[in-house]
Write a protein that binds this ligand. Structure first.
Ligand SMILES: C[S@@+](CC[C@H](N)C(=O)[O-])C[C@H]1O[C@@H](n2cnc3c(N)ncnc32)[C@H](O)[C@@H]1O
Length: 366
Protein backbone atom coordinates (compact mmCIF):
# COMPACT_ATOMS: atom_id res chain seq x y z
CA UNK A 1 0.00 0.00 0.00
CA UNK A 2 1.36 3.42 -0.94
CA UNK A 3 2.26 5.85 1.83
CA UNK A 4 -0.12 8.47 0.39
CA UNK A 5 -3.02 6.05 0.81
CA UNK A 6 -2.02 5.26 4.37
CA UNK A 7 -1.86 8.98 5.18
CA UNK A 8 -5.29 9.46 3.66
CA UNK A 9 -6.76 6.57 5.66
CA UNK A 10 -5.15 7.94 8.84
CA UNK A 11 -6.54 11.42 8.22
CA UNK A 12 -10.00 9.94 7.67
CA UNK A 13 -9.78 8.31 11.09
CA UNK A 14 -8.73 11.64 12.60
CA UNK A 15 -11.81 13.27 11.11
CA UNK A 16 -14.07 10.49 12.33
CA UNK A 17 -12.81 10.27 15.94
CA UNK A 18 -11.06 13.53 16.79
CA UNK A 19 -12.47 16.17 14.39
CA UNK A 20 -11.06 18.95 16.61
CA UNK A 21 -7.53 18.00 15.40
CA UNK A 22 -6.48 19.61 12.13
CA UNK A 23 -5.28 16.67 9.96
CA UNK A 24 -2.90 19.00 8.13
CA UNK A 25 -0.86 19.18 11.36
CA UNK A 26 0.03 15.49 10.96
CA UNK A 27 3.82 14.92 10.82
CA UNK A 28 4.91 12.06 8.55
CA UNK A 29 8.22 10.19 8.78
CA UNK A 30 9.33 7.58 6.27
CA UNK A 31 12.48 5.65 5.37
CA UNK A 32 13.76 2.87 3.13
CA UNK A 33 11.13 1.04 1.12
CA UNK A 34 12.93 -2.33 1.09
CA UNK A 35 15.46 -4.16 3.23
CA UNK A 36 14.01 -2.52 6.34
CA UNK A 37 12.63 -5.45 8.34
CA UNK A 38 15.12 -6.47 11.02
CA UNK A 39 13.17 -9.59 11.93
CA UNK A 40 11.01 -11.99 9.96
CA UNK A 41 9.50 -15.41 10.35
CA UNK A 42 8.71 -17.93 7.68
CA UNK A 43 6.77 -21.15 7.52
CA UNK A 44 8.54 -24.16 6.02
CA UNK A 45 7.17 -26.24 3.16
CA UNK A 46 8.53 -29.76 2.61
CA UNK A 47 8.89 -30.70 -1.03
CA UNK A 48 10.57 -34.02 -1.97
CA UNK A 49 12.95 -33.99 0.99
CA UNK A 50 13.72 -30.31 0.46
CA UNK A 51 12.65 -27.44 2.71
CA UNK A 52 11.39 -24.13 1.35
CA UNK A 53 10.70 -20.88 3.23
CA UNK A 54 7.34 -19.34 2.52
CA UNK A 55 4.95 -16.69 3.70
CA UNK A 56 1.35 -15.91 2.75
CA UNK A 57 0.25 -13.21 0.36
CA UNK A 58 -1.73 -10.74 2.48
CA UNK A 59 -4.52 -10.43 -0.13
CA UNK A 60 -4.82 -13.81 -1.83
CA UNK A 61 -3.58 -15.81 1.22
CA UNK A 62 -1.63 -17.95 -1.23
CA UNK A 63 1.80 -19.34 -0.39
CA UNK A 64 4.69 -17.18 -1.56
CA UNK A 65 8.08 -18.92 -1.60
CA UNK A 66 10.81 -16.50 -0.71
CA UNK A 67 14.22 -18.06 -0.43
CA UNK A 68 16.52 -15.05 -0.44
CA UNK A 69 13.90 -12.91 -2.13
CA UNK A 70 11.94 -11.35 0.70
CA UNK A 71 12.50 -7.76 -0.38
CA UNK A 72 11.29 -6.03 2.79
CA UNK A 73 13.73 -7.97 5.01
CA UNK A 74 17.35 -6.99 5.59
CA UNK A 75 19.96 -8.35 3.15
CA UNK A 76 21.37 -10.40 6.06
CA UNK A 77 18.03 -12.18 6.60
CA UNK A 78 17.86 -12.98 2.89
CA UNK A 79 21.41 -14.34 2.87
CA UNK A 80 20.81 -16.42 5.99
CA UNK A 81 17.60 -17.83 4.53
CA UNK A 82 19.42 -19.19 1.46
CA UNK A 83 22.15 -20.71 3.62
CA UNK A 84 19.65 -22.27 6.07
CA UNK A 85 17.83 -23.95 3.16
CA UNK A 86 21.13 -25.23 1.81
CA UNK A 87 22.11 -26.66 5.21
CA UNK A 88 18.69 -28.18 5.89
CA UNK A 89 18.50 -29.79 2.47
CA UNK A 90 21.92 -31.37 2.92
CA UNK A 91 20.82 -32.63 6.36
CA UNK A 92 17.24 -33.70 5.78
CA UNK A 93 17.12 -36.22 8.64
CA UNK A 94 17.70 -33.19 10.89
CA UNK A 95 15.24 -30.87 9.17
CA UNK A 96 12.37 -33.22 8.25
CA UNK A 97 10.02 -31.95 11.00
CA UNK A 98 11.06 -28.30 10.72
CA UNK A 99 7.96 -26.09 10.44
CA UNK A 100 9.12 -22.50 11.00
CA UNK A 101 12.29 -20.41 10.92
CA UNK A 102 12.59 -17.00 12.59
CA UNK A 103 15.33 -14.46 11.95
CA UNK A 104 16.32 -11.47 14.09
CA UNK A 105 19.06 -9.11 12.92
CA UNK A 106 20.54 -5.79 14.04
CA UNK A 107 22.08 -2.86 12.20
CA UNK A 108 25.28 -3.84 14.02
CA UNK A 109 25.35 -7.10 12.03
CA UNK A 110 24.28 -9.63 14.65
CA UNK A 111 21.67 -12.34 14.09
CA UNK A 112 19.59 -14.99 15.83
CA UNK A 113 18.28 -17.84 13.71
CA UNK A 114 15.58 -19.91 15.43
CA UNK A 115 14.37 -23.21 13.97
CA UNK A 116 11.08 -24.62 15.26
CA UNK A 117 10.40 -28.35 15.08
CA UNK A 118 7.40 -30.65 15.42
CA UNK A 119 9.53 -33.38 17.02
CA UNK A 120 11.44 -33.82 20.28
CA UNK A 121 15.00 -32.48 20.32
CA UNK A 122 18.02 -34.49 21.39
CA UNK A 123 19.67 -32.24 23.95
CA UNK A 124 22.95 -34.11 24.19
CA UNK A 125 23.01 -35.85 20.83
CA UNK A 126 22.83 -35.12 17.16
CA UNK A 127 20.52 -32.09 17.37
CA UNK A 128 23.01 -30.17 19.49
CA UNK A 129 25.77 -31.20 17.08
CA UNK A 130 23.68 -30.10 14.09
CA UNK A 131 22.91 -26.74 15.71
CA UNK A 132 26.65 -26.15 16.16
CA UNK A 133 27.31 -27.30 12.59
CA UNK A 134 24.63 -24.91 11.34
CA UNK A 135 26.17 -22.01 13.26
CA UNK A 136 29.63 -22.80 11.82
CA UNK A 137 28.16 -23.16 8.34
CA UNK A 138 26.44 -19.75 8.57
CA UNK A 139 29.58 -18.10 9.97
CA UNK A 140 31.71 -19.67 7.21
CA UNK A 141 29.69 -17.76 4.61
CA UNK A 142 31.12 -14.46 5.91
CA UNK A 143 27.81 -12.64 5.50
CA UNK A 144 28.60 -10.52 8.55
CA UNK A 145 31.31 -9.80 11.08
CA UNK A 146 28.68 -9.92 13.83
CA UNK A 147 27.53 -12.87 15.93
CA UNK A 148 25.25 -15.53 14.52
CA UNK A 149 23.34 -17.40 17.21
CA UNK A 150 21.34 -20.54 16.55
CA UNK A 151 18.34 -21.74 18.53
CA UNK A 152 16.38 -24.96 18.02
CA UNK A 153 12.95 -25.07 19.58
CA UNK A 154 10.40 -27.82 20.05
CA UNK A 155 7.55 -28.35 22.49
CA UNK A 156 8.98 -27.78 25.99
CA UNK A 157 12.60 -27.92 24.81
CA UNK A 158 15.23 -25.61 23.42
CA UNK A 159 18.83 -25.89 22.28
CA UNK A 160 20.85 -22.67 22.29
CA UNK A 161 24.16 -22.27 20.49
CA UNK A 162 25.48 -18.80 21.27
CA UNK A 163 23.25 -16.23 22.95
CA UNK A 164 19.50 -15.67 23.04
CA UNK A 165 19.99 -11.93 22.51
CA UNK A 166 21.77 -9.55 20.17
CA UNK A 167 23.03 -6.03 20.75
CA UNK A 168 21.52 -3.20 18.70
CA UNK A 169 22.77 0.39 18.75
CA UNK A 170 20.84 3.60 18.21
CA UNK A 171 22.07 7.16 18.20
CA UNK A 172 19.51 9.59 19.60
CA UNK A 173 20.20 13.33 19.54
CA UNK A 174 23.93 12.68 19.85
CA UNK A 175 23.63 9.98 22.52
CA UNK A 176 24.50 6.36 21.77
CA UNK A 177 22.00 3.85 23.14
CA UNK A 178 22.83 0.15 23.35
CA UNK A 179 19.93 -2.24 23.37
CA UNK A 180 19.94 -6.00 23.90
CA UNK A 181 17.08 -7.44 21.91
CA UNK A 182 16.02 -10.87 23.06
CA UNK A 183 14.63 -13.86 21.22
CA UNK A 184 10.94 -14.20 22.16
CA UNK A 185 10.60 -10.58 23.34
CA UNK A 186 9.19 -7.75 21.28
CA UNK A 187 11.62 -5.69 19.15
CA UNK A 188 10.59 -2.82 16.88
CA UNK A 189 10.83 -4.36 13.39
CA UNK A 190 12.22 -1.33 11.50
CA UNK A 191 15.44 0.02 13.03
CA UNK A 192 15.61 3.13 10.84
CA UNK A 193 12.08 4.20 11.77
CA UNK A 194 12.60 3.18 15.39
CA UNK A 195 15.52 5.59 15.54
CA UNK A 196 13.25 8.38 14.21
CA UNK A 197 10.61 7.49 16.82
CA UNK A 198 13.21 7.52 19.60
CA UNK A 199 14.32 11.00 18.48
CA UNK A 200 10.73 12.22 18.31
CA UNK A 201 10.09 10.94 21.83
CA UNK A 202 13.37 12.42 23.09
CA UNK A 203 12.35 15.84 21.76
CA UNK A 204 8.86 15.69 23.21
CA UNK A 205 9.15 14.04 26.61
CA UNK A 206 11.18 16.48 28.69
CA UNK A 207 9.93 16.52 32.29
CA UNK A 208 11.32 17.94 35.53
CA UNK A 209 9.18 15.33 37.26
CA UNK A 210 8.84 11.55 36.93
CA UNK A 211 7.70 9.49 33.95
CA UNK A 212 5.50 6.40 34.10
CA UNK A 213 6.00 3.95 31.24
CA UNK A 214 3.57 1.12 30.49
CA UNK A 215 4.38 -1.71 28.03
CA UNK A 216 8.13 -1.04 28.07
CA UNK A 217 9.30 -4.31 26.40
CA UNK A 218 13.09 -4.65 26.76
CA UNK A 219 13.35 -0.90 27.37
CA UNK A 220 13.61 0.52 23.85
CA UNK A 221 12.00 3.86 24.82
CA UNK A 222 12.99 3.56 28.49
CA UNK A 223 16.62 4.37 27.69
CA UNK A 224 15.47 7.68 26.14
CA UNK A 225 12.91 8.53 28.83
CA UNK A 226 15.61 8.04 31.48
CA UNK A 227 17.41 11.01 29.93
CA UNK A 228 14.39 13.26 29.52
CA UNK A 229 12.69 12.69 32.90
CA UNK A 230 13.79 12.94 36.52
CA UNK A 231 13.02 9.28 37.28
CA UNK A 232 11.20 6.59 35.30
CA UNK A 233 9.01 3.76 36.50
CA UNK A 234 8.76 1.25 33.64
CA UNK A 235 6.35 -1.69 33.62
CA UNK A 236 5.91 -4.72 31.39
CA UNK A 237 4.21 -8.12 31.68
CA UNK A 238 6.79 -10.35 29.96
CA UNK A 239 9.31 -11.66 32.48
CA UNK A 240 12.13 -12.15 30.00
CA UNK A 241 11.65 -8.62 28.64
CA UNK A 242 11.75 -7.21 32.20
CA UNK A 243 15.04 -9.04 32.85
CA UNK A 244 16.46 -7.46 29.72
CA UNK A 245 15.36 -3.96 30.77
CA UNK A 246 17.68 -4.35 33.77
CA UNK A 247 20.52 -5.55 31.53
CA UNK A 248 19.91 -2.63 29.15
CA UNK A 249 19.88 -0.10 31.99
CA UNK A 250 23.18 -1.51 33.23
CA UNK A 251 24.90 -1.41 29.84
CA UNK A 252 23.81 2.22 29.36
CA UNK A 253 24.85 3.15 32.95
CA UNK A 254 21.34 4.38 33.76
CA UNK A 255 20.38 4.54 37.43
CA UNK A 256 17.16 6.57 37.58
CA UNK A 257 14.80 3.81 36.36
CA UNK A 258 12.88 1.14 38.30
CA UNK A 259 11.17 -1.74 36.54
CA UNK A 260 8.06 -3.65 37.58
CA UNK A 261 6.90 -6.95 36.09
CA UNK A 262 3.19 -6.39 36.03
CA UNK A 263 0.44 -6.15 33.46
CA UNK A 264 -0.94 -2.71 32.69
CA UNK A 265 -4.33 -3.84 34.03
CA UNK A 266 -2.82 -5.00 37.33
CA UNK A 267 -0.78 -1.81 37.55
CA UNK A 268 -4.02 0.17 37.43
CA UNK A 269 -5.16 -1.80 40.50
CA UNK A 270 -1.82 -1.20 42.22
CA UNK A 271 -2.08 2.56 41.65
CA UNK A 272 -5.66 2.54 42.91
CA UNK A 273 -4.53 0.48 45.94
CA UNK A 274 -7.15 -2.16 45.15
CA UNK A 275 -4.63 -4.76 46.29
CA UNK A 276 -0.87 -4.99 46.88
CA UNK A 277 1.39 -6.84 44.45
CA UNK A 278 4.43 -8.77 45.68
CA UNK A 279 6.09 -8.13 42.31
CA UNK A 280 6.06 -4.39 43.11
CA UNK A 281 7.37 -4.71 46.68
CA UNK A 282 10.74 -3.21 45.69
CA UNK A 283 9.03 -0.03 44.43
CA UNK A 284 7.68 2.79 46.60
CA UNK A 285 4.84 3.93 44.33
CA UNK A 286 3.99 6.86 46.61
CA UNK A 287 7.48 8.31 46.18
CA UNK A 288 6.83 9.04 42.51
CA UNK A 289 5.53 12.36 41.26
CA UNK A 290 4.49 11.53 37.70
CA UNK A 291 3.89 14.28 35.19
CA UNK A 292 4.15 12.23 32.00
CA UNK A 293 2.79 8.80 31.08
CA UNK A 294 4.28 6.97 28.13
CA UNK A 295 2.36 4.01 26.67
CA UNK A 296 3.15 1.65 23.79
CA UNK A 297 0.43 -1.02 23.97
CA UNK A 298 -0.13 -4.01 21.66
CA UNK A 299 -2.60 -3.72 18.77
CA UNK A 300 -5.58 -3.97 21.12
CA UNK A 301 -4.80 -0.51 22.58
CA UNK A 302 -5.83 0.62 26.08
CA UNK A 303 -8.93 -0.41 27.98
CA UNK A 304 -11.04 2.33 29.60
CA UNK A 305 -9.73 1.56 33.10
CA UNK A 306 -6.15 2.15 31.90
CA UNK A 307 -7.24 5.39 30.18
CA UNK A 308 -8.92 6.49 33.44
CA UNK A 309 -5.78 5.70 35.46
CA UNK A 310 -3.34 7.55 33.18
CA UNK A 311 -5.69 10.53 32.96
CA UNK A 312 -4.47 11.75 36.35
CA UNK A 313 -1.31 13.00 34.69
CA UNK A 314 -0.48 16.17 32.79
CA UNK A 315 1.03 14.70 29.63
CA UNK A 316 0.44 11.45 27.74
CA UNK A 317 2.70 10.13 25.00
CA UNK A 318 0.96 7.32 23.17
CA UNK A 319 2.84 5.11 20.68
CA UNK A 320 0.52 2.91 18.66
CA UNK A 321 0.82 0.26 15.98
CA UNK A 322 -2.93 0.29 15.34
CA UNK A 323 -4.75 3.53 14.42
CA UNK A 324 -8.08 1.71 14.79
CA UNK A 325 -7.57 1.37 18.55
CA UNK A 326 -5.55 4.57 18.98
CA UNK A 327 -8.27 6.86 17.65
CA UNK A 328 -11.10 5.65 19.96
CA UNK A 329 -8.64 5.91 22.89
CA UNK A 330 -7.79 9.51 21.89
CA UNK A 331 -11.48 10.32 21.56
CA UNK A 332 -12.14 8.92 25.04
CA UNK A 333 -9.18 10.74 26.61
CA UNK A 334 -10.15 14.06 25.08
CA UNK A 335 -13.94 13.82 25.64
CA UNK A 336 -13.97 12.17 29.06
CA UNK A 337 -10.76 13.53 30.55
CA UNK A 338 -10.25 16.86 28.78
CA UNK A 339 -6.94 16.18 27.02
CA UNK A 340 -5.86 18.39 24.16
CA UNK A 341 -4.27 16.42 21.30
CA UNK A 342 -1.23 18.56 20.66
CA UNK A 343 0.47 16.55 17.96
CA UNK A 344 0.10 13.42 15.88
CA UNK A 345 2.96 11.83 13.96
CA UNK A 346 2.75 8.94 11.53
CA UNK A 347 5.80 6.71 11.06
CA UNK A 348 5.90 4.46 8.00
CA UNK A 349 7.38 1.56 9.93
CA UNK A 350 6.04 -1.08 7.53
CA UNK A 351 6.43 0.11 3.91
CA UNK A 352 4.71 -2.04 1.25
CA UNK A 353 2.14 -3.18 3.84
CA UNK A 354 -1.08 -1.46 5.06
CA UNK A 355 0.35 -1.00 8.58
CA UNK A 356 1.58 2.21 10.20
CA UNK A 357 3.01 3.25 13.55
CA UNK A 358 2.00 6.55 15.12
CA UNK A 359 2.75 8.73 18.12
CA UNK A 360 0.23 11.05 19.81
CA UNK A 361 1.16 13.82 22.24
CA UNK A 362 -1.62 14.81 24.63
CA UNK A 363 -1.73 17.41 27.36
CA UNK A 364 -4.42 18.21 29.94
CA UNK A 365 -6.37 21.29 28.88
CA UNK A 366 -5.97 24.10 31.38
C1 LIG B 1 4.22 -2.87 21.05
S1 LIG B 1 5.25 -3.68 22.25
C2 LIG B 1 6.21 -2.29 22.80
C3 LIG B 1 7.48 -2.63 23.53
C4 LIG B 1 8.48 -1.49 23.70
N1 LIG B 1 7.85 -0.24 24.02
C5 LIG B 1 9.36 -1.34 22.47
O1 LIG B 1 9.37 -0.26 21.85
O2 LIG B 1 10.06 -2.30 22.12
C6 LIG B 1 4.10 -3.97 23.53
C7 LIG B 1 4.67 -4.61 24.77
O3 LIG B 1 3.59 -4.76 25.71
C8 LIG B 1 3.73 -5.98 26.40
N2 LIG B 1 2.38 -6.32 26.87
C9 LIG B 1 1.40 -6.97 26.20
N3 LIG B 1 0.28 -7.01 26.94
C10 LIG B 1 0.55 -6.38 28.10
C11 LIG B 1 -0.20 -6.08 29.26
N4 LIG B 1 -1.47 -6.46 29.36
N5 LIG B 1 0.40 -5.38 30.25
C12 LIG B 1 1.69 -5.00 30.16
N6 LIG B 1 2.47 -5.25 29.07
C13 LIG B 1 1.90 -5.94 28.06
C14 LIG B 1 4.35 -6.92 25.40
O4 LIG B 1 5.05 -7.96 26.07
C15 LIG B 1 5.30 -5.98 24.62
O5 LIG B 1 6.57 -5.98 25.19
Amino acid sequence: MLLENKILAFKNLIQEFIPQYNPEKLDVFSGKQSGYRMRAEFAIYHDNNKVRHYTHDAQTKERVFCNGEFAIATPLINQLMVAVEEFCNNNYTFSYKLFQVEYMTTTTGHAIVSLLFHRPLEQEGSDLEKAKELQNFLLSKNFTEGEINVILRARKSKILVGKNYIQEKFSVLGNDIYLYQAENSFAQPNAEINQLMLEYVAKNSHSDKDILELYCGVGNFTMVLAKTGRRVLATEVNKQAVDFVSKNLAQNHIENVQVGRISAEEFVQAMQKVRPFRRLEHIDLDSYDFETVFVDPPRSGLDNASCDMISKYEQIIYVSCNPHTLMPNLQYLSQKHGYNIEHLALFDQFPQTPHVESVALLRKSK
